[in-house]
Design a protein around this ligand. Sequence first.
Ligand code: NAD
Length: 428
Amino acid sequence: MPASTNYTRFQSTLNAVLKKMDLSDEERKLFSEPQHIHKEDISITMDDGSKKKFYAFRVQFNNARGPYKGGIRFHENVDEEGIKTLAALMAIKTAVVNIPFGGGKGGVQINPKELSRKELQAVSRAYIQVFKDCIGPDLDCPAPDINTTSDIMAWMRDEYEKQTHTYSPAVITGKPLSFGGSVGRDTATARGGFFIMQELVEREALDPSDLKVAIQGFGNAGANMAKFLHQAGYTVIAVSDSQGGIYSPEGIDPVRIEKHKRKTGVVTGEYCKGSVCDIEHMKLDGVERITNEQLLELPCDVLIPAALDNVITKENAKNIKAKYILELANGPTTPEADSILESKGVKVIPDVLANAGGVTVSYFEWSQGRSGEQWTGEQVDENLKRIILEGYKSVRRTARRRGMSYRHAAFVVGINRMLEAMRIRGWV
Ligand code: NAD
């Protein structure tokens, strides 16, 4: 049996959903592979004068509903299968929240932490040089992803405009505010997840002050979510980063954690220096040091994976105590874990809905780039809330009517919207 990859895991969920839908073989086939897989070697001159080559990808899954849309990831684990999976999830995600885009994703197999700023800029510009003919404001609009910052988006926009002799602010999103970015893009993923959480709490007649939340990952998505929830009266009992986490049953203040993380680089920074911790200080604050694995199994009401994929597996799903899981990370739960969680009655708000705030505000940035308008923070929030809660409503209704999990329901909603466009275009 071939080894399981992220793409085979995606296909396993997709096939389980397609089986429940009344589609022809021809229609099913449209969802099995991306429309285009572009692969290029990019070559740059390093600071010491040597030349170095990196593998680069742009996968275009489906554009029936609009230009391909999806981030560019700079990571040493980037490979074709992983990028294919993320491109497919983007196609479903843009359809779930009903914004006029398809799905794509890109990446470079590289460890950006080993590169100088000058080398990073050279990689970013080289990426656009090799893929300039397959991207564009009406064709494929990239965005940031893991390790790709707003500066990188700015260099990429500039390179695209140079190469094509055009003014094209809408070619890429996630740019700095001073160079065509949108207000609210930096907090959009967490904001979207927060709007869903608030709606869920209201519908289930829960009280935020009774809810204990554990969050894995304290980057853009996780740290902003921790702050929004804390401000709204939830008790954030644990947070973590790649070096481990901290737990306090009484609750921690994410603003304080962030202040120390900024100074020390880690969420445990207020209490620990490397592996040595100030036990007295921790005792006084009622705080314990925990591993990322322990965080997932803590007694809490809401678990928010906001870091890596495949962290909730068949091995640990049975030990998860949370009643709700809100997936800010992409692909944090394996299909086997999904079945275990479903049988335990855990409600999982899937990535293709829970983290769609990011791409939704990217859509606002793209619109502003095309029209020349500049939206206020209130306009961004109001429209984000409306769009993401509409997506949530469609998923909830489908789940209820068809008696399926929210993940399967989100796939049904996304697939149906994509099919509608493909039928109109005469692809099936
Ligand atoms: P980020 O780089 O800002 O933060 C990632 C966090 O995860 C950091 O705190 C890092 O220390 C932590 N981390 C890394 N390795 C870890 C490990 N082994 N265990 C625990 N934590 C670890 O990234 P981000 O933008 O916050 O993205 C996080 C997740 O959210 C990713 O899955 C990403 O695809 C998804 N996402 C992000 C956005 C967005 O707009 N930022 C949108 C949609 C989905």
